[in-house]
Design a protein around this ligand. Structure first.
Ligand SMILES: NC(=O)c1ccc[n+]([C@@H]2O[C@H](COP(=O)([O-])OP(=O)(O)OC[C@H]3O[C@@H](n4cnc5c(N)ncnc54)[C@H](OP(=O)(O)O)[C@@H]3O)[C@@H](O)[C@H]2O)c1
Length: 357
């Protein structure tokens, strides 16, 4: 089976507009697979690149960092014991910091090294699977990456021997529990045994976050002073591990205030000033780099991709809830506008590229 051309959502130039175009379909190299993308999810980074002109200098480009589909073609050196045509898989798009380029999943066919692919269980819909890759990377890598160059708490992952429940009785604070990243951070904290698992969110998301493992959900509209007081009342003091999935000015300063000396504040957005201050004050601020393809994440990434089929099948890791946008890739632009305007709560927006007219 082969296909010569397909549709992709192209960002033509820096700060330019998105447009669906027909592009040539690539053929897999020896260690690559071509995946037919059935579902791709939207991330805040997609609108930030387009509207703020950050990170990427090579245009035209394709954005999109989360997807799921089936293997359509396979390179000749991909071990047949690992992958075959037709396998249902999840994949992450990536940006390359050195090249300042993006390799995204807002497309009908996506080429990538087989080593960056995870199989998904038959019970998991493509739309649900597409919510997972960046979330598990961004939540899991800074907690569990053992690479000495990585910004990480260096905990034992719950998917390796001796890791499950290892941190029982240790408190953790996840700021922004209802965000996509926050939902995965709560789930890993639960698997690692952390307790209590305190989080902040809009009250209507409390039942969802409790099912994922949160023990205490604080109203995110409380003032920083009130949040600090409420969180430390639960544990009797500051937290050794804080995961800030929002990293706004407000949440960063609140998160830093409740991080114990010697403890770790994981932050999803870079904050060099806070990192510097933390060094002087004996705290750690770990900026996440949630990209599977990056060298620093190679070992933890492969270990997680190998464990994912089991974690998903058992329900230990649950996908985000989804809202499917109509129009295939044409639906992305409106979805990104909603993300930009903070009009999305507790769900991941997903499109089906094969529905693109
Ligand atoms: N460094 C990396 O590698 C990396 C990777 C991926 C993402 N990111 C960054 O991580 C951030 C989160 O991404 P995401 O995809 O998880 O976002 P998202 O799912 O779009 O986040 C939306 C949620 O954020 C919550 N929220 C907003 N402001 C909040 C606040 N002040 N306190 C608590 N919750 C708040 C809202 O919760 P309620 O609905 O409960 O109000 C909303 O549901 C983004 O800035 C993104 O760019 C970084």
């Amino acid at each position: 089976m082969s296909v010569a051309q397909h549709k992709a959502l192209i960002l033509e130039s820096k700060l330019g507009q998105f447009a669906v175009k027909t592009v040539q379909t690539p053929k897999p190299g020896p260690e690559e697979v071509l995946v037919k993308i059935e579902a791709t999810a939207l991330n805040p980074l997609d609108w930030k690149v387009q509207a703020l002109g950050i990170l990427i200098e090579r245009y035209p480009t394709i954005l999109g960092f989360d997807a799921a589909g089936s293997i359509f073609q396979i390179g000749e050196e991909v071990p047949p014991t690992l992958f075959a045509v037709g396998d249902r898989v999840l994949v992450q798009g990536w940006f390359d910091l050195a090249e300042q380029s993006a390799h995204g999943t807002f497309t009908q066919y996506f080429l990538l090294p087989y080593k960056l692919v995870a199989k998904i269980p038959d019970s998991l819909a493509y739309e649900d699977a597409a919510t997972i890759p960046t979330g598990v990377a961004t939540a899991g890598f800074p907690l569990y990456n053992q690479n000495e160059s990585a910004a990480s708490v260096r905990l034992t992952p719950p998917w390796v021997k001796g890791g499950r429940g290892k941190y029982a009785g240790r408190p953790i604070l996840v700021i922004g529990g209802a965000s996509s990243m926050g939902q995965f951070a709560i789930q890993f904290a639960r698997l690692s045994g952390f307790s209590p698992i305190v989080t902040t969110a809009s009250p209507h998301n409390t039942p969802l976050l409790q099912t994922l493992g949160a023990t205490h959900v604080l109203d995110r509209k409380l003032s920083s002073e009130e949040l600090i007081a409420e969180a430390t009342k639960i544990t009797g003091g500051p937290f050794e591990v804080v995961y800030d999935a929002i990293a706004s000015e407000e949440t960063s300063s609140m998160a830093y205030a409740v991080t114990a000396r010697g403890g770790h504040l994981v932050t999803v957005l870079s904050n060099p000033a806070l990192e510097l201050r933390a060094k002087e004050e004996g705290k750690n601020v770990d900026f996440v780099h949630g990209v599977f393809k990056s060298e620093v994440n190679r070992d933890i990434g492969r270990s997680l991709l190998d464990a994912l089929p089991g974690l998903l099948k058992s329900g230990d890791i649950k996908p985000n809830r989804t809202e499917i946008l109509p129009g295939g890739l044409n639906g992305v632009v409106e979805g990104l506008e909603r993300l930009k305007n903070d009009q999305v709560s507790g769900v991941k927006l997903v499109v089906r590229p094969q529905e693109t007219a």
